[in-house]
Ligand binder design. Structure first.
Ligand code: NAP
Length: 303
């Protein structure tokens, strides 16, 4: 049995593990894919204090190394279910079971789909949720980005650097993302902003996306745009299904906890984007990690 099991290896989970391990607890971090979380796909992080312009991949690699240097054990497996028993917590994983005296849930979020017919079949064949991963497949071509948050804006900026044309499609007439990013996009000659617009249809040929139908939400006029790629950046969904009923969640599925990261169940802490909170950023994920890591240490000391 480990003192603390951290589930999720993004910024929140790695920071929590680092703090708890440095405080002398045995800590295992469980990650189902690779550590670092979604920031790995950001080519340039401009707003992390003290690290201007660091690449997401370099930042994630450094944080992983830092956590391991303080004694964190990283194991690659997927958590499938969790329950409490008299000694602590049992986590059922795809490779067996793990037990811990305290849990830190830092499971993050996954990409929301548009929900259009054929969308799943076209993933990897023209539809993508990661511009940095897949943008190069469309280099020199014409692409569209859907969404109005910081992800859509940074994706459009990145794609404008490698594609002939980028059309950014957003359902409202103002952006949820930062104005400084939108201002940079407006200055680019190869970027077209289509506001008050929605993608209504995906048009494939021979199993590959070749065009999208775009509707103007005011005039209802519809137009087909030929595209080599559609990059969907319409937000995130919490990866919290297995925790529903185990700890309290809100109506969207986020795990309820305040700034001390304590969940509704003693000994279980919530950190990062899967927690109910107003601002989901690298900095707030790191802050959650510190609060959850130290909170879990205090909990164990109180047993
Ligand atoms: P987000 O901020 O939740 O934005 C999602 C966008 O998608 C919104 O503009 C939303 O429109 C739109 N949308 C949602 N559902 C839609 C649908 N079904 N059809 C069409 N459009 C839809 O998500 P995000 O951009 O992924 O960002 C997530 C978090 O990460 C945010 O806190 C963001 O600030 C942060 N982030 C930060 C950076 C950075 O460099 N600072 C970079 C990336 C992400 P409405 O606006 O109309 O709701």
């Amino acid at each position: 049995m480990t003192d603390i099991l951290v589930i999720g290896g993004g910024t929140a989970g790695l920071t929590a593990a680092l703090y708890a391990s440095r405080a002398g607890k045995s800590v295992t971090l469980l990650e189902k894919e690779s550590t670092g979380g979604q920031i790995v796909f950001s080519p340039r992080v401009e707003n992390y204090p003290g690290l201007p312009g660091v690449s997401g991949a370099d930042y994630a690699a450094a944080l992983t190394e830092q956590a391991e240097s303080f004694g964190v054990t990283i194991e690659y497996a997927e958590a499938l279910g969790v329950e409490a028993d008299e000694t602590g917590f049992r986590v059922r994983c795809d490779d067996g079971e793990r037990t811990a005296r305290a849990l830190i849930l830092a499971a993050g979020t996954s990409h929301r789909r548009l929900g259009l017919p054929g969308e799943e079949d076209l993933v990897g064949c023209g539809v993508s949720y990661c511009a940095v991963c897949d943008g190069a497949f469309c280099a020199g071509g014409e692409v569209a980005v859907v969404g109005g948050g910081n992800t859509a804006l940074t994706d459009a900026l990145f794609l404008a650097g490698i594609c002939k044309k980028v059309t950014l499609i957003h359902r409202r007439d103002s952006f949820r993302g930062e104005e400084s990013l939108a201002a940079r996009l407006r200055r680019l000659p190869n970027v077209e902003l289509r506001l008050r617009s929605a993608v209504t249809e995906l048009r494939p040929a021979d199993g590959t996306l070749t065009g999208i139908a775009v509707r103007n939400l005011d005039s209802q006029a519809e137009e087909v745009l030929p595209v080599d790629g559609l990059f969907v950046a319409v937000g995130q969904l919490p990866q919290t299904e297995i925790y529903r009923g185990f700890v309290d969640t809100d109506e969207a599925g986020y795990l309820i906890a305040g700034e001390d990261c304590r969940s509704s169940r003693p000994g279980v802490f919530i950190a990062g984007d899967c927690r109910t909170k107003a601002v989901r950023q690298l900095t707030t994920a790191a802050g959650d990690g510190a609060a959850a890591g130290l909170g879990a240490c205090r909990y164990i000391d109180s047993l």
